[in-house]
Design a protein around this ligand. Structure first.
Ligand code: FES
Length: 104
């Protein structure tokens, strides 16, 4: 996911805003990310991903990332909103496992 891609689709909050918020404010718990433009307070879809970004930022990762493309992320959110169910990769995001990253 790129920095300008939205993580909270309800409130149009980009990954860049969330990561910068975590680096600047150092919230002790991920739920405080809601202070960043209300991220996570809508449908709830992005909450595991906010937790993952928070976990990575707190651990000192200089480039926190998420394991999905924006298109796949939006598609899975649609499924979540329709069925109320998450796919396995969402649990992986919550655990802080972010899949592949560029290795340069
Ligand atoms: S996508 Fe963040 S609350 Fe809905």
């Amino acid at each position: 996911m790129n920095d300008d891609d939205h993580v909270c689709l309800c409130f149009h909050v980009s990954k860049r805003k969330i990561v910068n918020y975590c680096k600047r404010e150092r919230p002790p718990v991920a739920s405080l990310i809601s202070d960043c433009l209300s991220a996570g307070t809508g449908c709830g879809w992005c909450v595991p991903f906010l937790k993952s970004l928070h976990k990575q930022a707190v651990a000192g990762d200089t480039n926190p990332d998420l394991p999905l493309s924006p298109a796949e992320y939006a598609k899975r959110r649609t499924t979540f909103r329709t069925t109320g169910r998450r796919e396995a990769v969402d649990s992986a995001a919550e655990d802080g496992h972010t899949g592949t990253k560029n290795a340069d």
